[in-house]
Design a protein around this ligand. Structure first.
Ligand SMILES: NC(=O)c1ccc[n+]([C@@H]2O[C@H](COP(=O)([O-])OP(=O)(O)OC[C@H]3O[C@@H](n4cnc5c(N)ncnc54)[C@H](OP(=O)(O)O)[C@@H]3O)[C@@H](O)[C@H]2O)c1
Length: 267
């Protein structure tokens, strides 16, 4: 049996298949998709093995499903019989946003399921993968899953009911950060910097700030205080941010995304 298989190798499935290949070796990863060119690209980049839908569904210890949520029902009809005929234990890993463990269990007829919510930075190895596991997944199987995903970024286990909240921070967060970056770049250009320079400086400032917080374990408030010298320019900028409601804006954005996630989950 192969270590992992990926059905649906688009943006997210492809990025996670590449991460799994880095962990287990490409020859241990089967990939299936309606578009052979996506499988070829992955094979050339990481040595994964293109396979049919049924081979992938029948021969992998971890079976990742990377199709869009609206395609999950059709996929379940295509592979349910193959899954039910399997003798050895295997774990189904679904990345479909909004599809619960319970729905997955009834669609695919499988008890061992890990539901994941990866964010886009997994494709740079700096992502966050939120996950919830069904009771039938053993500690050893969970360890195996974590090992496969290690090079994609940080995996965080949550109660399933907290995934909507986590997703508002990690899944939607990259878009919020980008909007903030756009503002900083524009301001740099307004103050006379060339666009490219302003962009590189902004990206590096975000990277550096995040790296420092990660290294020290400090709270953001501590780092901010350390940067603000008395009567200096940074505290003037902070006053302008507070006046514009930036902090509350960030809270509103995450809260709005959370409420929308909950609403989408009901449909
Ligand atoms: N992109 C993100 O940032 C993100 C974040 C979190 C979670 N997710 C989840 O990740 C999943 C994939 O999203 P994505 O953005 O990677 O989608 P995507 O780029 O459209 O990739 C999905 C791939 O699966 C193929 N496919 C669909 N049904 C298939 C089937 N029955 N057999 C074989 N191949 C099939 C699709 O082909 P066709 O195009 O012909 O249908 C497409 O190539 C979704 O469930 C989404 O909720 C994505």
């Amino acid at each position: 049996m192969k270590t992992a298989g990926f059905i649906g190798c688009g943006h997210m499935g492809g990025a996670l298949a590449a991460a799994a290949a880095r962990a287990a070796g490409g020859e241990e990863i089967l990939t299936a998709d309606r578009h052979p060119e996506k499988l070829e690209t992955l094979q050339n980049a990481c040595g994964t093995i293109p396979a049919s839908l049924s081979e992938t569904a029948s021969d992998c210890r971890y079976l990742f499903l990377g199709v869009k949520p609206q395609g999950m029902k059709a996929l379940s009809m295509e592979i349910r019989e193959t899954l039910s005929s399997r003798k050895e234990p295997f774990v189904l890993v679904s990345m479909a946003a909004g599809i619960t463990l319970e729905t997955l269990r009834s669609l695919f007829g499988v008890e061992k399921i890990i539901r994941i919510l990866p964010n886009l930075p997994v494709s740079a190895g700096e992502g966050v993968i939120l996950y919830a596991a069904s009771a039938a997944v053993t500690a050893g199987e969970e360890e195996g899953f974590l090992a496969l995903m290690r090079s994609a970024g940080l995996s965080v286990k949550l109660e399933e009911s907290k995934i909507d909240a986590g997703c508002a921070v990690t899944g939607c967060g990259p878009a919020f950060v980008c909007l903030w970056m756009e503002g900083m770049i524009d301001a740099g250009v307004r103050a006379g910097l060339p666009y490219q320079a302003a962009k590189e400086m902004t990206v590096r400032t975000f990277l550096g700030t995040a790296a420092l917080l990660q290294k020290t374990g400090d709270d953001p408030a501590g780092l901010r205080t350390a940067v603000c010298s008395p009567a200096g320019s940074t505290i003037e900028g902070i006053a302008a941010l507070e006046k514009s409601g930036a902090r509350f804006g960030a809270m509103e954005a995450v809260t709005a995304a959370y409420l929308r996630n909950k609403e989408l989950g009901k449909n």
